[in-house]
Design a protein around this ligand. Structure first.
Ligand code: GUN
Length: 282
């Protein structure tokens, strides 16, 4: 029988664990704090930032919000980041992306201290992941590893296929699966025989960015499928990169959309904030 991997439940477990650690730190006199910066009024960003603030409130993490106008100069943003880097009461710094076009995203990401880089986007964090050093890991792929482990899915020695090579999901996902001793193949828009490669996967991570792209012809009997996509279908209903109904008949486990990978990202952000506070204390 196909198992639906419940990201909502697992993310709640992680948030409960975070809550306990935050409260223990509070007893030691340390209030965990995340600075959340949003530049401009992108509606999707406003929703994401709101959800992050709610998760902070739930876990007992202080969220310090900075809502900057669209016209903010890059210099002003970099000054704010520099100030937050120096502020010992702030443990994590998050700049919600995208930022306005007149700013250089790379420069902004690189301005955040790697010690406070709870998004795991800084080149130092990315480098640390690739050579197995401690550092912060991008929240979505880190959340997927937790989904697999907490659902009892073995990664060691398994054929893992990641479809998508973004800096935020595909590349760190591949590094994490490799760290867990998976045999990893990364596919992308230039990949030939995509279907054939996907059909080899014991674990398939779908992050292609196309609604319901993966049907049953892309999966092996008994595979585990992780759906990173989020879209609206023709009926305005949320769906992923995977055609859930068709795939569910064939695989051993699959994540739904919504309620799969999505809630894990914020749970892992909260986890990274506590980790940042603990590392700064030690
Ligand atoms: N925009 C969309 N997803 C993310 C994320 O995970 N972190 C940040 N900072 N911005 C985003």
């Amino acid at each position: 029988m196909t198992k639906k991997i419940d990201g909502k439940k697992i993310s709640l477990e992680i948030k409960e664990e975070v809550k306990v650690r935050v409260s223990e730190l509070k007893e030691e006199g340390l209030q965990v704090c995340l600075a959340v910066i949003q530049v401009g009024n992108d509606p999707a960003s406003t929703v994401y930032v709101g959800n992050k603030k709610k998760a902070c409130a739930y876990t007992g993490i202080e969220s310090r919000a900075f809502a900057l106008p669209e016209e903010t100069t890059q210099e002003e943003l970099l000054e704010l980041i520099a100030r937050l880097n120096e502020d010992d009461t702030v443990h994590g710094i998050l700049v919600q992306l995208p930022i306005p076009a007149h700013m250089d995203e790379k420069k902004v990401i690189e301005a955040i201290s790697p010690k406070k880089d709870v998004d795991g986007f800084h080149p130092r964090s990315v480098g640390a992941l690739s050579i197995g050093e401690p550092g912060f890991v991008s929240c979505t792929p880190a959340g997927i590893i937790q989904l697999l482990k907490r659902s009892g899915v073995e990664i060691d020695g398994k054929e893992c296929v990641v479809v998508g090579r973004s800096n935020i999901v595909g590349k760190p996902m591949a590094m994490l699966l490799l760290r867990e001793n998976g045999t990893v193949t990364v596919c992308h828009s230039h990949t030939k025989n995509l279907k054939e490669i996907c059909r080899r996967a014991d674990i398939l991570v779908a992050a292609i960015g196309k609604p319901k792209f993966f049907d049953d012809s892309y999966v092996k009997e008994g595979a585990v499928v992780i759906d990173v996509g989020i879209h609206r279908d023709e009926n305005n209903k949320l769906c992923g990169d995977v055609d859930y109904e068709k795939v569910a008949e064939k695989v051993s486990a699959v994540t739904p959309v919504p309620g799969g990978v999505g809630p894990m990202t914020i749970a892992m952000l909260m986890n990274n904030c506590v980790e940042a506070a603990v590392r700064m204390k030690d």
